[in-house]
Design a protein around this ligand. Structure first.
Ligand SMILES: [Zn+2]
Ligand SMILES: [Zn+2]
Length: 159
């Protein structure tokens, strides 16, 4: 396995991807949804790799939910960098990583493509299952933050 490390600009959020040595290229998708366009995000996904996410200070990390698309972005509150995106499907977490955040070894090529035209939500979930990182681990602090933000969102919905 090869490990590639990435972090936000201030270093608070770190991402580690592990993938087999036989991988020589990644695909990076340019998403045209409004949020990604605003960030100029380009997403790396690879189903057989693993992702580990941690924050030195979870209080300086923020999960932003796009409920319409059923995704959750992880941003650093301190430096503002958009690091990764997650989707919870049938109790499994799938993820993609912002390509600009990860340092890939020079022998790895990145093929850039444009997403779209977008299928309906069921089609999108299928694409996520097939092409996003499928083994995701959050540090304990981020896990706690995630649960807390979920509870807060629920409380707001309940009025
Ligand atoms: Zn940061
Ligand atoms: Zn998007």
């Amino acid at each position: 396995m090869i490990s590639s490390h990435g972090q936000c600009h201030c270093g608070n959020i770190s991402l580690d991807i592990q993938y087999p040595e036989t991988i020589h290229s990644f695909t990076a998708g340019v998403c045209r949804c409004q949020f990604c366009r605003m960030h100029g995000a380009m997403w790396l996904g690879l189903p057989i790799s693993q992702l580990q996410v941690q924050a030195e200070l979870a209080s300086q990390a923020h999960f932003y939910d796009d409920d319409l698309l059923g995704v959750r972005y992880l941003l650093c509150r301190h430096c503002g960098v958009l690091t990764s995106v997650f989707s919870e499907i049938e109790n499994q977490t799938y993820a993609m990583v912002n390509a600009g955040v990860v340092n890939l070894p020079t022998h790895i090529k990145t093929d850039v493509f444009q997403y779209g035209p977008y299928p309906n939500l069921a089609g999108r979930l299928q694409i996520r299952k097939e092409s996003w990182l499928s083994t995701v681990k959050f540090s304990r602090e981020l896990d706690r933050l995630l649960k807390r933000e979920e509870q807060m969102a629920q409380a707001q919905q309940d009025g």
